[in-house]
Design a binder for this molecule. Sequence first.
Ligand SMILES: [Zn+2]
Length: 372
Amino acid sequence: MAYTVPKLTDYSAAALTQAAEECTLSCREEEAAIRNDDELKTFRDRWLGRKNGILTQINEVWLKGAPKEAKREAGIRVNELKARIQELVEGAKVAGSASFHSSDIESVDITLPGARRPIGSEHPVAKTTRELVAVFQKLGYSVADGPVVETDYYNFEALNFPPNHPARDTQDTLFIAGQQSKPARERLLLRTHTSPVQIRTMEKMRPPIRIVIPGTVHRNDPPDASHSPMFHQIEGLAVDTNITFGDLKGTLDHAMKEFFGSSVKTSFRPSFFPFTEPSAEMYVSCFICGGSGRRGSDPCRPCKQSGWIEILGCGMVDPNVFEFVKDNGYDPKKVSGFAFGMGADRIALLKYGVDDIQLFFQGDVRFLEQWG
Ligand SMILES: [Zn+2]
C-alpha cells in the first residue's frame, strides 16, 4: 500500500522515532518494487518532488503541526529522516537490473565451446635450472636462496675479493645510487654472482652443509649474443671434515653425466677465483660433436673444434672465506669444502642449440613455444 504522510498527534520521542521508521520502511519497500526506468523516475518524483513530494509533505505536516515546545526536537528528527530518505532515493536502482532479461537471449549461446586458455610452457632457462638443481638434490643437496640486492660485504668482502679487485669496479658491477654516505661494506648493489648465499647460509647453518643455489645475477655488460646484464647462475657448496679435491671432481663428474648423458667426460684445468684455492675450470667433452670437433664435414662451432666445452668454475673453499664464519663452526683448520658455479643461460644455449642469449629474454612467444 502506498505511503501517505500521517498527521502526528503525539510528539514524544518514541512516537517520532516510530513515525520516521515507518516512513523509511515504506520508502525501502517502494524502491524494491521498481521494475523499469519509468517507475524509477516516478518513485523519485514521489519522494523528492519539490511541490508535493513526500519529504515536502513531512515538512509541512509534521513540523508546522508541532506544538511549540516540541518544535526543536521534531526539527532535528525530520532533518535526520530527510537525509536518510534522500540518500535512499538517490541511490535507488531498477530492481534486478543486473539479471537476465529476455532481450539478452541471443547474446548467450550455451552450445558454443568454452573459452580455451592457452597453456604456457617452461622457459628453457628455468627448465635447465630445474634439471641441474634436481641432479644435486638427488645427491643430498638442499636448495638455498638469498637477496638479489646485496651488500658489498656479502658480494665481495666476505668472499675474499681484495679492495682493488676489478670486479668491484663500476664497469662490472651495478651499484644502487645514493649510497656514498654509508660505510663501503654496507653499500647496496645488484649481486654479481650467487656466491653471497654461501656466506649467508654458513652464518645460519653449522657444518656439514651441502647446498645448491640457483638465482638471478646482474653485471654491467652491454647485451650481445653471449652477454646479458641479467643472467642466471647455479652455485654449489659442500663443507664437512676431510672434503678433498677428489670429492669435488667425483661430484661434478657424476653431475655432468647425469645432466648431459653418461658418455660425457670431464676435464679440470687450473684457474683463479678469489674465494677458492686451488681453483679450476671444468670442461665437458663436447656433447654436440661427441668430442671430435667436427660435425660431418663442418667444424663444430660450440666447442670451437676443440672437442671440449667450458661449463663451470670450481675450487676448494679458500680458508680466508671460512675466517668470516669461523664462529659458527667453520674453523679452517677443522673443516674444508668445495664450491662451484655455472651459468644456467649458457648451458641452456648449448643444450638447445640457441646462438643468441638475447632470445631467452625478449619474451617472443614464437621463440619460446619451440620448447613447449
Ligand atoms: Zn663440438
